[in-house]
Design a protein around this ligand. Structure first.
Ligand SMILES: [Zn+2]
Length: 423
């Protein structure tokens, strides 16, 4: 007897299997004859592990237009607008906006999110708000919080002290923003400082690193060195790494092996990188996405992050990690069938590895969290970004949507149309 069986779905690897769930665990995968308290028929549909977003800013989410829109569209104007907003927003405002976003995320099968929390202001209201949100959503959504010194560890007067205060309050991950410190030297020093902090506290480390078009912004080199020095390995992630797009190829041929040697992971954010980078260029305009395929070829785990939804940096966003992967696939030109399959893993399994979510997946013993999509396979899911027919989190059905085919009124043509071709 099972609590829940998801019957007949196609798994991302192509197998067709029933999934038996008891409590909050997957206890059987294969052909199941037994009864269950509830059965979801997923015949012909893709059943995937939940989506995971390893890079987000939930303290700023759904604040687009507050206090006004970003007129230049640049990263720097976004940072300046946020600098005003974070002192105006109350804890209640931030909790309400974040919870509203978490509802969107759950409906899209996005069940684990790492969010950076700005620790710059001495009031630390963002930290207080996000700790509260983490507690509220914990039964159905896993939030990891990063202590993020948005205005610089050393560039703002209490930057370093506030990162430590936030970690002491229970924030999970050490952050950083070396390219925003006053000088290259202070950027490098901030990385040595933060790596020590992460190592001493036994925490993960995730740095906004080289989010710039400046090819000489080479902080990732120092970061990889510190990851190797402290043996942080996959517990460390370099977010953005956009300067690598513009770097000299000879230098990159030395850099990527150092990144691979360190074991650190990488998180490009394609929706935001394609929007914010290249703004100072005339033509040709650089794409500003880091070297995804080249890092993967060297064995580096790379996952797509979403970064922003309706905030001072980005005027759109849907909480759909398939939108993120779709943009990444285009900008990184990952169009081979193997590369498209990889793009799907980059918003599921690879992101789970980056966040250290050990029981993510559809194997026996994994957490009973999954998504049923109106598509036959991962490539079709990327193409259609289809409805999530059912979302299960930790054994509970937390979202459902009826299949919603279009009805045609055309003589001699079918009455209904679906844009699915496979399966
Ligand atoms: Zn970010």
């Amino acid at each position: 007897m099972f609590d829940l069986i998801v019957r007949g779905g196609s798994l991302p690897d192509g197998r067709v299997a029933d999934i038996g769930i008891r409590g909050d665990r997957i206890v059987e995968v294969g052909r199941i004859e037994a009864e269950a308290g509830r059965v979801i028929d997923a015949t012909g549909d893709l059943v995937s592990p939940p989506f995971v977003d390893p890079h987000f800013h939930m303290d700023a989410v759904l604040s687009y237009g507050l206090p006004r829109v970003n007129a230049s569209g640049t990263l720097l104007e976004g940072i300046s607008l946020w600098g005003e907003l974070r002192d105006l927003a109350t804890v209640e405002d931030m909790v309400a906006r974040a919870l509203r976003y978490c509802d969107w995320a759950v409906s899209m099968g996005l069940l684990a999110i790492r969010t950076h929390v700005d620790t710059t202001p001495d009031h630390l209201r963002g930290v207080e708000a996000m700790l509260e949100v983490k507690r509220i959503v914990a039964p159905y959504l896993d939030l990891q919080l990063v202590a993020f010194p948005q205005d610089g560890l050393y560039r703002s007067a209490s930057g370093r002290a506030n990162v430590i205060r936030a970690l002491d309050m229970g924030v999970d991950v050490v952050g950083g923003i070396p390219h925003f410190e006053r000088t290259m030297e202070e950027g490098a020093e901030s990385l040595r400082d933060l790596a020590r902090m992460a190592a001493e506290r036994g925490l993960m480390w995730d740095v906004h690193c080289d989010e710039t078009d400046d090819p000489l912004s080479r902080h990732v080199e120092t970061m990889a060195r510190e990851v190797t020095r402290h043996g942080l390995g996959a517990r460390a992630a370099g977010s953005h790494l956009t300067s690598m797009h513009s770097m000299d190829n000879y230098y990159v041929s030395k850099l990527i092996p150092l990144i691979a040697e360190s074991g650190m992971t990488a998180i490009p954010n394609p929706l935001i990188n394609i929007t914010l980078q290249g703004r100072h260029d005339s033509y040709p305009k650089r794409r500003g996405l880091t070297r995804v395929k080249e890092m993967q070829a060297a064995g580096v785990t790379v996952g797509w992050g979403q970064d922003c939804v309706l905030d001072p940096w980005y005027s759109l966003g849907t909480a759909d990690m398939l939108d993120v992967a779709f943009m990444g696939l285009h900008v990184a030109q990952m169009t081979h069938p193997d590369e498209m399959a990889r793009c799907f893993r980059m918003v599921t399994a690879d992101n789970a590895a980056i966040m250290g979510l050990a029981d993510h997946g559809l194997a026996h013993g994994c957490l009973a969290s999954l998504v049923v999509l109106d598509a036959a396979n991962p490539t079709e899911a990327l193409r259609l970004r289809p409805d999530r027919l059912a979302v299960v989190s930790k054994g509970q059905v937390v979202a459902e949507k009826a299949r919603n085919d279009a009805r045609l009124a055309l003589p001699g043509r079918p009455a209904r149309v679906r844009r699915r071709v496979a399966g």
